[in-house]
Design a protein around this ligand. Sequence first.
Ligand SMILES: *Cc1c(COP(=O)(O)O)cnc(C)c1O
Length: 395
Amino acid sequence: MRRPEVGDLNPPDRILMGPGPSDVHPRVLRAMSTPLVGHLDPAFIEIMQEVQALLRYAFRTDNRWTIPVSGTGSAAMEAAFANVVEPGDVVLVPTNGYFGARMDSMARRAGGQVVHVHAPWGEPLDPDDVRAAFEEHRPDVFGFVHAETSTGALQPSVPELTAIAHEAGAFVIADTVTSLGGVELRVDEWDIDVAYSGGQKCLSCPPGASPLTLNDRAFDKVRNRGELVRSWYLDVGLLESYWGEDRSYHHTAPITAIYGLREALRLVAEEGIEERWARHLHVAGALKAGVEAMGLQMNPRDEFWLPSLNAVRIPEGIDAKALCRHILITHGVEIAGGLGDLAGKIIRIGCMGHSAQPRNVLNLLPALADGFAQQGIELDAAAGLAAAAGALETD
Ligand SMILES: *Cc1c(COP(=O)(O)O)cnc(C)c1O
């Protein structure tokens, strides 16, 4: 085997406005270059407790069992399903997006019997449909996606959904990967039993440590399982030995990822969680006003527009892949095309965390117009910029 000739690492300088990852604040990158301590060092135990307190703040919860799972958002997601779903449990999941389908797949692997509640891609679940699905299937666990990154649709009326589930004695698992730290989310007030998230969306942290919170009721279900959790690595009962009182070794925590998450969450706390939600609304509102003034349409209706992920419809004849590539290579901005039922029909523009800045919106609108012009469609970039600037001036 010849010795490979590999030069210095020199990734291009991008602005990340796709479905994640988002741009990372320099303070987070600095925190991630500080020296390692051991995962059982008393100094690290203190850092763990700080991260837990900061996570509770961001989730708006008092749940004792709130930790960063080692891995990306999908690891926290798998931890939620693998632990809460017991073999034979009936698990109700949505069909209105890519991540609902991933819930289906994970619940099955945990031994669950999956049943569905339907809504078209790009629309949220209707509480009446959820109620009907509960009557028909009597599920033990209900999963829903608060912010569907594949469609740009926000799930409103969360307290109504959790009430339906709890009246039936079921447990609720919420995917909050693209909402935590970006749009209003109140785990305790909305009575969510289990919520998981990721670092690289609205928390603007490199992927690697992913938030998970369980209330006591869900934790008791996990503790009283008749069968072992099918994942050793993600077994909440085993993780408790490290994150709980014992502080004994389970697996080596990703120290650097936890440093990064700590700093990202510290930025959230400094800004204030509600102020951060307001910033996302404000900046993404300007983006929305801009694209609409340029003659484009948002895919979701205004009532369930998701500020952190803006799904914009593209006219027939536009090649989304070529469009995104042009904007990436020529303008240095990452955005994405659609998935599943919406492939070729939308583009997805993230407005998450550190990327949710006015100047990014003002840069992107002309870049978007240029990308469309490359494919022979003229958009009114000046009108877009004027509308966005106008929206940014209001509060
Ligand atoms: C990104 C995402 C995930 C998965 O997170 P990864 O970090 O990619 O593993 C899950 N759910 C939603 C809604 C997401 O946007």
